[in-house]
Design a binder for this molecule. Structure first.
Ligand code: G3H
Ligand code: ZN
Length: 283
Protein backbone atom coordinates (compact mmCIF):
# COMPACT_ATOMS: atom_id res chain seq x y z
CA UNK A 1 0.00 0.00 0.00
CA UNK A 2 1.16 3.53 -0.71
CA UNK A 3 1.91 5.49 2.45
CA UNK A 4 3.71 8.73 3.17
CA UNK A 5 7.43 8.71 3.85
CA UNK A 6 6.74 10.20 7.26
CA UNK A 7 4.60 7.24 8.31
CA UNK A 8 7.35 4.77 7.42
CA UNK A 9 10.12 6.78 9.05
CA UNK A 10 8.31 7.52 12.28
CA UNK A 11 7.54 3.85 12.70
CA UNK A 12 11.21 3.03 12.01
CA UNK A 13 12.38 5.60 14.54
CA UNK A 14 10.10 4.07 17.15
CA UNK A 15 11.33 0.56 16.32
CA UNK A 16 15.02 1.63 16.16
CA UNK A 17 15.67 0.27 12.68
CA UNK A 18 16.25 1.90 9.30
CA UNK A 19 14.32 1.68 6.05
CA UNK A 20 16.09 1.42 2.71
CA UNK A 21 15.31 3.97 0.01
CA UNK A 22 16.21 2.41 -3.30
CA UNK A 23 16.50 4.17 -6.65
CA UNK A 24 14.23 3.10 -9.48
CA UNK A 25 14.90 3.63 -13.19
CA UNK A 26 12.82 0.97 -14.93
CA UNK A 27 10.21 -1.72 -14.42
CA UNK A 28 12.63 -4.53 -13.56
CA UNK A 29 14.32 -2.51 -10.82
CA UNK A 30 10.98 -1.41 -9.39
CA UNK A 31 9.55 -4.93 -9.36
CA UNK A 32 12.73 -6.34 -7.82
CA UNK A 33 12.66 -3.84 -4.94
CA UNK A 34 8.96 -4.25 -4.15
CA UNK A 35 9.08 -8.05 -4.49
CA UNK A 36 12.04 -8.10 -2.10
CA UNK A 37 10.08 -6.03 0.42
CA UNK A 38 7.09 -8.34 0.12
CA UNK A 39 9.18 -11.48 0.49
CA UNK A 40 10.86 -10.32 3.70
CA UNK A 41 7.88 -8.34 4.99
CA UNK A 42 9.68 -5.02 5.14
CA UNK A 43 8.51 -1.44 4.61
CA UNK A 44 10.31 0.19 1.69
CA UNK A 45 10.89 3.53 0.00
CA UNK A 46 11.18 3.61 -3.77
CA UNK A 47 12.61 6.76 -5.22
CA UNK A 48 13.53 8.46 -8.46
CA UNK A 49 16.52 10.74 -8.88
CA UNK A 50 16.86 13.52 -11.45
CA UNK A 51 18.53 11.03 -13.80
CA UNK A 52 15.81 8.45 -13.19
CA UNK A 53 13.06 10.95 -14.03
CA UNK A 54 14.89 12.03 -17.16
CA UNK A 55 15.42 8.43 -18.25
CA UNK A 56 11.98 6.96 -17.58
CA UNK A 57 9.79 10.07 -17.42
CA UNK A 58 8.09 11.45 -14.34
CA UNK A 59 4.64 10.12 -15.33
CA UNK A 60 5.96 6.63 -16.02
CA UNK A 61 7.79 6.47 -12.70
CA UNK A 62 4.73 7.83 -10.88
CA UNK A 63 2.24 5.42 -12.48
CA UNK A 64 4.51 2.37 -12.19
CA UNK A 65 5.41 3.26 -8.62
CA UNK A 66 1.80 3.75 -7.57
CA UNK A 67 0.79 0.46 -9.20
CA UNK A 68 3.59 -1.44 -7.47
CA UNK A 69 2.66 0.16 -4.14
CA UNK A 70 -1.06 -0.55 -4.57
CA UNK A 71 -0.37 -4.21 -5.29
CA UNK A 72 1.95 -4.58 -2.31
CA UNK A 73 0.80 -5.61 1.15
CA UNK A 74 3.80 -3.91 2.76
CA UNK A 75 3.97 -0.11 3.21
CA UNK A 76 5.63 1.57 0.23
CA UNK A 77 6.50 5.27 -0.10
CA UNK A 78 7.19 6.83 -3.48
CA UNK A 79 9.83 9.53 -3.10
CA UNK A 80 11.40 12.20 -5.28
CA UNK A 81 15.15 11.92 -4.61
CA UNK A 82 17.24 15.12 -4.67
CA UNK A 83 14.52 17.39 -5.99
CA UNK A 84 16.12 20.65 -6.96
CA UNK A 85 13.31 22.82 -8.24
CA UNK A 86 9.96 23.77 -6.82
CA UNK A 87 7.89 23.18 -9.97
CA UNK A 88 9.17 19.61 -10.28
CA UNK A 89 8.22 18.97 -6.66
CA UNK A 90 4.70 20.22 -7.41
CA UNK A 91 4.48 17.94 -10.47
CA UNK A 92 5.52 14.96 -8.35
CA UNK A 93 2.88 15.77 -5.73
CA UNK A 94 0.21 16.14 -8.46
CA UNK A 95 1.18 12.75 -9.86
CA UNK A 96 0.82 11.02 -6.52
CA UNK A 97 4.29 10.82 -5.00
CA UNK A 98 3.92 10.29 -1.24
CA UNK A 99 7.25 11.86 -0.33
CA UNK A 100 9.55 14.48 -1.84
CA UNK A 101 13.08 15.57 -1.14
CA UNK A 102 14.06 19.15 -1.72
CA UNK A 103 17.82 19.40 -1.88
CA UNK A 104 18.72 22.98 -1.12
CA UNK A 105 22.16 22.01 0.15
CA UNK A 106 23.85 23.99 -2.63
CA UNK A 107 22.14 27.15 -1.45
CA UNK A 108 22.88 29.41 1.49
CA UNK A 109 21.41 28.40 4.86
CA UNK A 110 18.63 31.00 4.59
CA UNK A 111 17.78 30.09 0.97
CA UNK A 112 17.71 26.41 1.90
CA UNK A 113 15.28 27.18 4.72
CA UNK A 114 13.10 29.28 2.42
CA UNK A 115 12.78 26.67 -0.36
CA UNK A 116 12.22 23.85 2.17
CA UNK A 117 9.44 25.83 3.89
CA UNK A 118 7.82 26.51 0.53
CA UNK A 119 7.85 22.78 -0.29
CA UNK A 120 6.49 21.86 3.17
CA UNK A 121 3.60 24.28 2.58
CA UNK A 122 2.47 22.52 -0.59
CA UNK A 123 3.36 18.98 0.47
CA UNK A 124 1.83 18.67 3.95
CA UNK A 125 -1.79 19.48 2.98
CA UNK A 126 -1.50 16.64 0.44
CA UNK A 127 -0.17 14.20 3.07
CA UNK A 128 3.19 14.20 1.30
CA UNK A 129 6.25 14.25 3.54
CA UNK A 130 9.35 16.33 2.94
CA UNK A 131 13.02 15.45 3.25
CA UNK A 132 15.55 18.28 3.21
CA UNK A 133 19.34 18.29 3.13
CA UNK A 134 21.77 20.26 5.23
CA UNK A 135 25.52 20.07 4.60
CA UNK A 136 26.91 18.96 1.26
CA UNK A 137 27.38 15.31 0.38
CA UNK A 138 30.23 14.89 -2.11
CA UNK A 139 30.25 12.78 -5.27
CA UNK A 140 28.05 12.44 -8.32
CA UNK A 141 24.36 11.54 -8.16
CA UNK A 142 23.15 11.68 -11.74
CA UNK A 143 22.89 15.41 -12.46
CA UNK A 144 23.88 16.56 -9.00
CA UNK A 145 27.67 16.93 -8.65
CA UNK A 146 29.49 18.06 -5.50
CA UNK A 147 33.30 18.21 -5.54
CA UNK A 148 35.09 16.77 -2.50
CA UNK A 149 36.53 20.12 -1.45
CA UNK A 150 33.01 21.60 -1.51
CA UNK A 151 31.55 18.88 0.69
CA UNK A 152 30.63 20.23 4.07
CA UNK A 153 29.69 18.33 7.19
CA UNK A 154 26.35 19.21 8.80
CA UNK A 155 26.60 21.55 11.76
CA UNK A 156 24.48 20.31 14.73
CA UNK A 157 23.39 23.83 15.77
CA UNK A 158 22.31 24.62 12.23
CA UNK A 159 20.49 21.28 11.99
CA UNK A 160 18.47 22.09 15.12
CA UNK A 161 17.56 25.54 13.83
CA UNK A 162 16.80 24.17 10.35
CA UNK A 163 14.24 21.57 11.43
CA UNK A 164 12.64 23.99 13.87
CA UNK A 165 12.14 26.64 11.20
CA UNK A 166 11.16 24.39 8.26
CA UNK A 167 9.08 21.66 9.92
CA UNK A 168 10.55 19.13 7.45
CA UNK A 169 9.82 15.44 8.10
CA UNK A 170 13.31 14.05 7.48
CA UNK A 171 16.78 15.53 7.27
CA UNK A 172 19.65 14.27 5.11
CA UNK A 173 22.94 15.05 6.81
CA UNK A 174 26.55 15.08 5.64
CA UNK A 175 28.71 13.01 8.00
CA UNK A 176 31.36 11.73 5.60
CA UNK A 177 29.56 9.60 3.03
CA UNK A 178 29.64 10.34 -0.71
CA UNK A 179 27.53 9.41 -3.73
CA UNK A 180 28.87 6.86 -6.21
CA UNK A 181 31.71 4.33 -5.88
CA UNK A 182 34.22 5.02 -3.07
CA UNK A 183 37.93 5.18 -3.84
CA UNK A 184 38.95 4.40 -0.27
CA UNK A 185 37.16 3.38 2.92
CA UNK A 186 34.68 6.12 3.89
CA UNK A 187 35.12 7.49 7.41
CA UNK A 188 31.87 8.46 9.10
CA UNK A 189 31.78 11.15 11.76
CA UNK A 190 29.73 9.31 14.39
CA UNK A 191 30.31 11.93 17.04
CA UNK A 192 28.66 14.52 14.79
CA UNK A 193 25.80 12.13 14.04
CA UNK A 194 25.33 11.47 17.74
CA UNK A 195 25.29 15.17 18.49
CA UNK A 196 22.76 15.89 15.75
CA UNK A 197 20.43 13.05 16.75
CA UNK A 198 20.55 14.06 20.40
CA UNK A 199 19.48 17.57 19.42
CA UNK A 200 16.60 16.80 17.02
CA UNK A 201 13.70 14.36 16.82
CA UNK A 202 13.32 14.55 13.03
CA UNK A 203 14.29 11.25 11.33
CA UNK A 204 17.82 11.43 9.89
CA UNK A 205 18.80 10.22 6.43
CA UNK A 206 22.09 8.74 5.26
CA UNK A 207 22.83 9.32 1.57
CA UNK A 208 25.75 7.74 -0.25
CA UNK A 209 25.37 4.56 1.78
CA UNK A 210 26.52 2.13 -0.94
CA UNK A 211 29.99 0.81 -0.22
CA UNK A 212 29.84 1.73 3.46
CA UNK A 213 30.81 -1.24 5.67
CA UNK A 214 28.08 -3.23 7.42
CA UNK A 215 29.55 -2.27 10.80
CA UNK A 216 29.43 1.42 10.01
CA UNK A 217 25.84 1.13 8.75
CA UNK A 218 24.74 -0.61 11.92
CA UNK A 219 26.53 1.92 14.07
CA UNK A 220 24.85 4.75 12.11
CA UNK A 221 21.45 3.16 12.74
CA UNK A 222 22.18 2.82 16.45
CA UNK A 223 23.05 6.54 16.46
CA UNK A 224 19.73 7.53 14.92
CA UNK A 225 19.81 7.10 11.12
CA UNK A 226 16.37 5.84 9.97
CA UNK A 227 16.44 6.19 6.17
CA UNK A 228 19.31 4.83 4.11
CA UNK A 229 19.67 5.68 0.43
CA UNK A 230 21.10 3.02 -1.86
CA UNK A 231 21.61 3.36 -5.58
CA UNK A 232 25.18 2.44 -6.58
CA UNK A 233 25.17 -1.02 -4.94
CA UNK A 234 22.00 -1.88 -6.89
CA UNK A 235 23.53 -0.67 -10.16
CA UNK A 236 26.53 -2.92 -9.50
CA UNK A 237 24.36 -5.98 -8.74
CA UNK A 238 22.19 -5.37 -11.82
CA UNK A 239 24.98 -4.72 -14.31
CA UNK A 240 27.21 -7.54 -13.05
CA UNK A 241 24.34 -9.97 -13.69
CA UNK A 242 23.82 -8.59 -17.22
CA UNK A 243 27.56 -8.95 -17.92
CA UNK A 244 27.52 -12.52 -16.61
CA UNK A 245 24.60 -13.55 -18.86
CA UNK A 246 26.18 -12.01 -21.92
CA UNK A 247 29.56 -13.55 -21.14
CA UNK A 248 28.03 -17.03 -20.87
CA UNK A 249 25.53 -16.54 -23.70
CA UNK A 250 26.99 -13.98 -26.11
CA UNK A 251 24.29 -14.79 -28.70
CA UNK A 252 21.36 -14.15 -26.36
CA UNK A 253 18.91 -11.69 -27.91
CA UNK A 254 15.90 -12.03 -25.60
CA UNK A 255 15.79 -8.99 -23.27
CA UNK A 256 13.82 -11.04 -20.73
CA UNK A 257 16.66 -13.55 -20.47
CA UNK A 258 19.18 -10.73 -20.04
CA UNK A 259 17.20 -8.57 -17.62
CA UNK A 260 15.48 -11.42 -15.72
CA UNK A 261 18.68 -12.55 -13.97
CA UNK A 262 19.61 -8.89 -13.35
CA UNK A 263 16.26 -8.39 -11.67
CA UNK A 264 16.81 -11.37 -9.36
CA UNK A 265 20.36 -10.27 -8.52
CA UNK A 266 19.04 -6.83 -7.61
CA UNK A 267 16.28 -8.39 -5.54
CA UNK A 268 18.86 -10.39 -3.54
CA UNK A 269 20.91 -7.23 -3.02
CA UNK A 270 17.85 -5.37 -1.71
CA UNK A 271 16.96 -8.20 0.68
CA UNK A 272 20.51 -8.20 2.07
CA UNK A 273 20.24 -4.45 2.72
CA UNK A 274 16.87 -4.89 4.43
CA UNK A 275 18.39 -7.56 6.65
CA UNK A 276 21.29 -5.24 7.50
CA UNK A 277 19.01 -2.27 8.20
CA UNK A 278 16.81 -4.32 10.54
CA UNK A 279 13.59 -3.63 8.61
CA UNK A 280 12.85 -7.32 7.89
CA UNK A 281 9.56 -8.42 9.46
CA UNK A 282 8.59 -4.85 10.37
CA UNK A 283 5.87 -4.30 7.76
O1 G3H B 1 20.14 9.57 -3.08
C1 G3H B 1 20.64 8.44 -3.34
C2 G3H B 1 21.76 7.88 -2.59
O2 G3H B 1 22.34 8.88 -1.79
C3 G3H B 1 22.72 7.12 -3.45
O3 G3H B 1 23.92 6.81 -2.80
O4 G3H B 1 25.50 6.31 -4.66
O5 G3H B 1 25.97 5.51 -2.36
O6 G3H B 1 24.13 4.50 -3.66
P1 G3H B 1 24.92 5.73 -3.40
ZN1 ZN C 1 21.64 11.05 -2.35
Amino acid sequence: MLVSGKEILQEAKRGKYAVGAFNVNNMEILQAIVEAAEEVNSPVIIQASQGGLKYAGLEYIAEMGKLAAAQAKVPVALNLDHGTDFSQVVRCIRHGFSAVMIDGSQMSFEENIAITKKVVEVAHPNNVSVEAELGKISGVEDDVVVAEHDALMTDPDEAAEFVERTNCDALAIAIGTAHGVYKGEPKLDFQRLNEISSRIDTPLVLHGASGVSDDAIQKAISYGIVKINIDTDLRIAFSNAVKEVLKNHPDEIDPRKILGPAKSALKDAVKAKMELFGSVGRA
